[in-house]
Design a binder for this molecule. Sequence first.
Ligand code: BGC
Length: 427
Amino acid sequence: MRFKLKEGLLLGSATAATQIEGGDENNNWARFAAEGKVKDGSSPVTASGHYTRVREDIDLMAEMGLEVYRFGIEWSRIEPRRGEYDAEAIEHYREEIEYMTEKGIKPLLTIHHFTNPLWFEDMGAFENDDSPEIFLSFTKKVVEAFGDIVSEYITINEPNVYATNSLLWGYWPPEKKSMGALVNAFSNMTAAHVLSYNYIHEKRREMGYDDTRVSFANHLRVFEPKNPKNPFHRIASSLSEYLFQGAITEAMMTGKCAFPVLRRKGVKKGKYHDFIGINYYSRSSVSGLSDGVREDCYKNDLGWEIYHEGLIELANKLGKKYGGEVYVTENGTCDNTDSFRARFVYDQLKMISEAENPITRYYHWSFMDNFEWKEGERERFGLVHVDYATQKRTVKESGRLYSSIIKNGGVTDEAYEEFVKNSHYKK
Ligand code: BGC
């Protein structure tokens, strides 16, 4: 054995509805793509065709041995117009959840993962001060529909990436560049999370369940000054960290709001997480207010530094501060030819297994290649390859390694020879 998996660590994968399903035109990302704003011209209306291939995909997950699965539901399918719910869409997701459960895969349901129904987007989405209540209404529907078969929920995925990309940098729809818009979205998303957290607990308790677990998925990076001796770099690094992830994390975990998060109605000091959800990808090397990458380091195909220690550092830091288990709700890499993903998986899981840390779940991003937002289909994060012309799925070498790790409880010498030995990072 090269290493044994940490005891009790459950392994699975993560996806998001819009990135894999296809077939839905009623959301802001489908419209953005139709306006020609996606780099390679692709669209989530196609994506990985998962909506009509759910069973086939879950069968493949089960064959690979996945124990847990983080997946999303598409709000614009379930509530195509405000207050109108689609029974067929609800039934579709019930069947999906029942099927994965039957196959022994435990669901973790994400309620919001970047995408908005057009009606919500056009009223200003989370910039609108009614949005916490509107989101709460949707949460109510979700718990009513799935509360008897799902015990674990993520309310909102990466509020910081959503708000900065959409409202501060103008990169994602609706392409705004406004600090005021960012502050409103941060504040309203915090309230939406807190209200939903309370409701999910209350409702499921009333339904007779005591195993409810709710949190949100945080996009966390490690920030470091490009030149540690330069005081400006040091200040810029701390400030970026605080503005991008520090304040919003604190607010959503504890209800304690400080600029750029303002306190909205219904947000009181408390505990709004039953686990700490960390999406971890990379480290930022800071010399100003925008993002930078170290020059001399291994990088993925999107130019992000590969820095596995960062996940352990963050898990320990947050574990100490907030307490409880850490679920790695996303971790993975963009490797279009699958030439180093096996090594990435090996190194990251080895580190989780050997270092001291509170991580109990690991959801690899992503199960299969998918629509990578503005980057489109070109950038691949999957353990399973998708041929977008035929929608054929093929398990990659890295996927075969991942599966063998789950089945053997670690990396055997044979698996190392077969999958990892010739898998190399690049600079
Ligand atoms: C998001 C995913 C995305 C991944 C890779 C995360 O920030 O939650 O939707 O595909 O990163 O970029």
